[in-house]
Design a protein around this ligand. Structure first.
Ligand code: SRM
Ligand code: SF4
Length: 540
């Protein structure tokens, strides 16, 4: 590992300096102390930065009311876990809420620091962790939301995602090996055909791919015995993953991930994650924080050297990538009722407007999962949730539940694909308010327009791009602009984002539209590019 003490401190950015002084994870042992001190008396670096290593985020917009970011591997949680999260939010009354995030995860709001010891105990009791969910850590690891349910999947990602999380976090306890990365790090793994995780925007992603027998390790073929089921045309092919690296969004630069020209069988995925993380940790750029993501290291070295270094760390010769991957479907959103591969069982995707939940919603979701399903709840990167394992015999009654009025299974076509980051309500980076504005704009557009298919509109409050405007049909990125000589909230508009097979990032097509003038601009885009038609005026 790089010895930070030998690097001149002047060449390190301020984040590197405070990390070198005290590892972020150290605050884990100080939670009781912080709880009794109170947020105002705490050391500011601990409060504003290091607490993020245990998933606790000071919110300058609402001082004293913290946000907690969970880790929900593969986006799967139990009704018991959901109830614990609901109880935490409930104690804060009107100030408590939660959001489903664009990484298939949950964030809780309104948290008081004095309650942290009790909250962590409650999490521990139901095997929930928040560890390493913020700052220079590996973020929530995403996987197929219908893993194990989808008849067409090639690989069930659930166990692998959990194994990667366990490796990175030392089974949720915290792992000092990986708490001082040069920057955040995103990992995604998909075993389905529709790239449900946006593989292309992760620092490290695994996409399904079959390798011809002679190219794969011989031992795998004999081990895989039952391989026929997973093989599309011949038993001479072995299932595994092609590896993509370097995808990321930042205010300075956005890049889609590129092929590493490596194929791994499932059992090597965790080891490869470790190797890439070690190379990044020990060699990633730490002087300029704006140039610290993995792609910048890949640029500096060139992909060949990067691959060679990861191979060295991996300790075995790499197998080159399969010629093609198996991502050949359009991306599904999973909203609605779908048959599972298990006979007589269904999964139902419910739409959560801009991902926002309150305590009563969370209790209700837990109840639905328990009464109608197997007690499991799944989250999607579109900020929605799925209840799996609903028997045919219970489906009809399930569909009469009043909560489906709020969380629809057949939302209107623009609402259906709406995604929004946190925005100015809670995020101090935000240049504009997002979630409420996104909802109001969609309602206004739907009152005027008729559509024939969903159009994916993503809002993000600033160029950090948490709301992923670059993957949207229409992406709206918050900015400040001028109108009549006055500074006003505005958006830059992105278009051309394509998800699923042949995913590609959208680009900025228009800059600085004042939010108050946005409606007619969006109306025109929807009519011109997405086949929307103006509604007939209602007959009097
Ligand atoms: Fe993000 C920072 C919210 C997904 C790129 N992001 C932040 C912070 C922590 C800033 C802050 O301290 O206020 C935001 C917390 C606001 C709050 O109170 O909620 C924040 N990011 C979010 C979430 C909640 C957006 C959402 O509404 O869903 C997402 C949480 C994911 C999770 O569960 O872990 C979220 N952020 C993303 C994504 C999308 C993704 O991962 O697919 C991106 C772009 C992809 C990427 O990272 O490459 C993203 N967030 C950023 C960046 C820019 C990173 C960079 O390299 O410069 C920042 C700023 C930073 O890290 O310095 C940031
Ligand atoms: Fe905050 Fe900007 Fe991320 Fe939105 S995109 S959550 S405003 S940092």
């Amino acid at each position: 590992m790089t010895d930070l003490a030998t690097t001149t401190t002047t060449s390190l950015n301020k984040f590197e300096k405070f990390k070198a002084e005290k590892d972020g994870l150290a605050v884990k042992e100080e939670i009781e102390k912080f709880a009794s001190l109170g947020w105002e008396a705490m050391d500011e670096t601990d409060r504003d930065h290091r607490l993020k290593w245990v998933g606790v985020f000071f919110r300058p917009v609402t001082p004293g009311k913290f946000m907690m970011r969970m880790r929900i591997p593969n986006g799967i949680l139990s009704c018991e876990q959901m109830r614990v999260l609901a109880e935490v939010v409930q104690r804060y009354g009107d100030e408590g809420s939660a959001d489903i995030t664009t990484r298939q995860n949950i964030q809780l709001r309104g948290i008081r620091i004095e309650d942290l010891p009790e909250i962590f105990d409650k999490f521990h009791a139901v095997n929930l962790t928040t560890v390493q969910s913020g700052m220079d850590n590996v973020r929530n690891i995403t996987g197929d939301p219908v893993a194990g349910l989808d008849a067409d999947e090639l690989f069930d990602t659930r166990e692998l995602v959990q194994q990667i999380q366990d490796m990175v976090t030392n089974n949720g306890v915290g792992n000092p090996e990986f708490t001082n990365l040069p920057r955040k790090f995103n990992i995604a793994i998909t075993g389905g055909r529709d790239n449900s995780v946006h593989a292309e925007i992760n620092d490290l992603a695994f996409v399904p791919a079959f390798k011809e027998a002679e190219g794969a390790r011989g031992d795998l073929i004999s081990e895989q015995g039952a391989g026929e089921e997973m093989t599309p045309s011949s038993s001479q092919k072995v299932f595994g993953f092609n590896v993509l690296v370097g995808g990321f969004f930042s205010a300075k630069r956005c890049e889609a991930a590129v092929p590493l020209n490596v194929w791994v069988p499932p059992e090597d995925v965790v080891a490869l994650c470790r190797a890439v993380l070690e190379v990044f940790r020990d060699n990633g750029l730490r002087a300029n924080r704006q140039k610290a993501r993995l792609m910048w290291l890949m640029d500096e070295w060139g992909i060949e050297k990067f691959r060679a270094e990861v191979e060295k760390q991996f300790g075995r010769s790499f197998i080159s990538a399969a010629v093609r991957d198996e991502i050949d479907w359009e991306k599904r959103d999973h909203v609605g009722v779908y048959k599972q591969k298990q006979p007589e069982l269904n999964y139902v995707g419910l739409h959560v407007p801009v991902g926002r939940l309150y305590a009563e919603d969370m209790f209700e979701i837990a109840r639905l999962a328990e009464v109608y399903g197997s007690g499991e709840i799944r989250l999607t990167v579109e900020q929605n949730f799925i209840i799996p394992n609903i028997a045919d015999s219970l489906l009809e009654t399930f569909l009469t539940e009043p909560v489906l009025d709020k969380f629809a299974i057949n939302p209107t076509l623009l609402m259906r694909s709406l995604v929004s980051c946190t925005g100015a309500q809670f995020c101090n980076f935000a240049l504009i308010e997002t979630k409420n504005r996104a909802l109001a704009t969609i309602k206004a557009l739907e009152a005027e327009l008729e559509l024939t298919h969903p159009v994916r509109i993503h809002w993000t409050g600033c160029p950090n791009s948490c709301g992923q405007p670059q993957v949207a049909d229409i992406g709206l990125m918050g900015t400040k602009t001028r109108k009549n000589g006055k500074a006003v909230e505005g958006v830059d508009i992105y278009m051309g984002g394509k998800v699923g097979k042949e995913a590609q990032l959208g680009t900025c097509v228009t800059k600085g539209i004042p939010c108050e003038d946005l409606l007619p601009v969006l109306r025109e885009l929807l009519v011109e590019h997405f086949g929307a038609r103006l509604r007939e005026p209602a007959a009097v």
